[in-house]
Design a protein around this ligand. Structure first.
Ligand SMILES: C[S@@+](CC[C@H](N)C(=O)[O-])C[C@H]1O[C@@H](n2cnc3c(N)ncnc32)[C@H](O)[C@@H]1O
Length: 295
């Protein structure tokens, strides 16, 4: 097995692959700001949101996914068909069903999401971040609860006290980005999946396969930009080294790479843009020259 993602499932059971993500929880504004105009971009397909957003900016995108069902779903979305709920949305939906128990009524959440002043958001977040919420996040993000949904490779790299870490990531976002214009906040708190506008002038080529394998056989120096989602979460050091070597080889001079992770950064990471990502979930959003990716 090169990566646990190849099963197309979160759990360790054998069975058919599934659509795991109905939309992406990665803020494409990061890539929009980082990539040079009219780049040739290597992208992870997932639910297609990043590919669609980059094509709208006139980049030419190769979007790959190892999960055939997820890739077919991305193709549907690129063709303009509406979003559906994947496994990730169903899991979040179950968690959201308990929201009223911690005082998070939909009415209150809607009022929170209407705010556009970070200072007011911080104030209201203080009222929402009750001891009940802390207890609920602690339980929800405990190893025992997560094991019911996720296979062990998806848990090994997660920070301890994940509930507290996630609450801190939410608070960090509300203190910085206006809720009203943040589609990721709406998706996370209310489960509302906005449809992406149709792709613009750039092209999107969809590929089924493994990222490292594809890049190893791509022409050298053929991509100006890479956005690798968090595909290294759950893999080992050998795959990480292989992927980075493949990226460096396929990277044109001056190419940029974006790599996300749920893990907390090990130390000071000056290239970390996690605070800028309005999806708010990430510990690491590393934006750096592709030539500098090393295991
Ligand atoms: C890494 S997951 C994470 C989802 C993401 N954080 C989001 O918000 O959509 C995204 C996609 O990467 C795909 N994937 C994981 N490892 C891959 C690999 N080595 N090569 C190609 N696709 C991969 C998965 O099948 C999944 O559809």
């Amino acid at each position: 097995m090169i990566t646990p993602w190849q099963h197309g499932r979160f759990d360790a059971r054998t069975g058919p692959s599934k659509v795991l993500f109905g939309r992406m929880y990665e803020d494409v504004a990061i890539e929009r700001a980082a990539f040079r105009p009219r780049s040739r971009v290597f992208c992870i397909a997932s639910a297609g949101c990043t590919a669609i957003g980059l094509a709208a900016d006139r980049h030419d995108v190769v979007a790959i996914d190892i999960n055939r069902d997820q890739l077919a779903y991305a193709a549907d979305r690129i063709a303009g068909r509406p979003a559906i709920r994947g496994t990730a949305e169903r899991v979040m939906g179950v968690a959201r069903a308990f929201a009223p128990l911690v005082g998070w009524t939909r009415r209150r959440l809607r009022a929170f999401l209407e705010l556009d002043d970070p200072a007011a958001q911080v104030e209201m977040w203080r009222a929402l971040d009750t001891w009940r919420l802390r207890a609920a996040f602690g339980a929800l993000f405990s190893v025992t609860a997560l094991r019911a949904v996720y296979a062990s490779p998806f848990l090994a790299f997660l920070p301890s006290r994940l509930g507290a870490v996630m609450r801190a990531r939410l608070a960090r976002c509300f203190a910085r980005h206006a809720n009203r214009t943040n589609p990721y906040a709406r998706a996370l708190l209310l489960g509302e999946l906005a449809d992406d506008p149709p792709p613009g002038a750039g092209s999107i080529e969809l590929v089924h396969g493994d990222a490292a394998e594809y890049l190893e056989s791509a022409p050298a120096a053929s991509f100006d930009a890479f956005t690798l989602s968090n595909i290294l979460d759950g893999t080992g050091p050998a795959y990480r080294a292989r992927l980075f070597a493949a990226v460096r080889r396929a990277a044109a001079p001056g190419a940029t790479a974006v790599l996300r992770s749920f893990a907390e950064p090990a130390g000071d990471l000056p290239t970390n843009h996690a605070v800028d990502d309005r999806a708010m979930l990430w510990g690491i959003v590393d934006v750096r020259p592709a030539a500098e990716l090393s295991a």
